[in-house]
Design a protein around this ligand. Structure first.
Ligand code: LHQ
Length: 263
């Protein structure tokens, strides 16, 4: 697939999807959704041959993403939102959640509406200090979508999820960090180097263990304790047979960093 609305690259052991409609604050249109979905599935299925043990989502220009492309005046009136969400957003969000490598949203500037929730559904969110997250929906007479009503209460609790949705205010990166919405907020000056170092760390990591822990942590939302303990045992059983576990345990006793092969 030839990408137009995104850029796609692989470097330092990680793949990178850059939302690339900076003149629209990377607002998401049908084309961008299709391209993100395709690229995420490609990374998930072909991460070994691509040499990518992590996937970063980031935005070109001065922000991460302003959510659904609302087009010009009047153009949303004809849009069938239920269809767009069901047929276009859901497969994209599912692909991200199911991706076999860790997903990292590197967020600077605005992350608004579906753009905020696209970031929040990733496994790790790293934000620059001046970034903000906005459940902008009620400002235009909508309710949060794109997984926002699922992720927000689970990450920040019901009180913050309700307030963020009802008041649709900007939540600063520091606030998002304090609430537990994101993994970390870092200074603007350090942001680029920092998320790249994080991504490269994952890019040199034990990808079998990463995939297993992703499955376990996602499953805990639906499981009871017994189911979760059983799942941990099954997944750890697999990790225990990996070359990376052999290497990791040998390296521990040899007092050197492990050189993981990602298998
Ligand atoms: C935009 C957009 C945009 C197009 C800025 N679209 N152009 C809905 C419907 C269907 C299915 C599924 O889901 C959804 C959920 C949604 O995501 S609904 C949309 C939710 N998002 C919003 O309501 C955010 C709208 N944008 C804003 O409130 C502001 O742009 C923020 C606060 C994000 C940033 O403000 P500024 O930094 O002041 O930037 P700006 O407003 O000047 O925007 C820059 C340009 O981007 C501007 O174009 P222009 O030609 O005037 O320079 C905007 O028109 C354009 N833009 N958001 N969603």
């Amino acid at each position: 697939m030839e990408y137009q609305a995104i850029d796609f690259s692989v470097q330092d052991g990680y793949a990178q999807i850059t939302l690339n409609r900076p003149e629209k604050l990377n607002a998401i249109n049908t084309q961008m959704r299709a391209e993100i979905t395709h690229a995420v599935r490609d990374v998930s299925q072909n991460h070994e041959s691509l040499g990518a043990r992590a996937l970063v989502l980031t935005g070109a220009g001065r922000g991460f993403c302003a959510g659904q492309d609302l087009g010009g005046q009047g153009s949303v009136a004809t849009m069938d939102l239920e269809r767009v969400l069901r047929d276009e957003y859901t497969p994209m969000l599912r692909a991200i959640v199911d991706c076999e490598v860790p997903t990292v949203a590197a967020v600077h500037g605005a992350a608004a509406g579906a753009g905020a929730n696209l970031a929040l559904i990733c496994d790790v969110v790293i934000a620059s200090e001046s970034a903000y997250f906005m459940q902008a929906f009620t400002r235009i007479g909508l309710m949060p979508d794109a997984g926002g009503t699922f992720m927000m209460p689970r990450l920040a609790g019901n009180a913050k999820a309700m307030g963020a949705a009802l008041f649709a205010e900007k939540i600063s990166a520091r606030q998002a960090d304090d609430w537990g919405l994101i993994w970390e907020a870092v200074s603007d000056a350090e942001f680029d180097a920092h998320w790249k170092a994080r991504a490269a760390h994952l890019g040199a990591g034990p990808s079998g263990a990463y995939y297993a822990l992703k499955q376990a942590i996602r499953a805990t939302w639906d499981n009871n304790l017994d189911d979760q303990l059983a799942l941990e045992a099954k997944l750890q059983g697999k990790c225990g047979k990996s070359r990376d576990f052999q290497e990791g345990s040998v390296a521990l006793f040899e007092k050197r960093p492990a050189a993981f092969e990602g298998r």
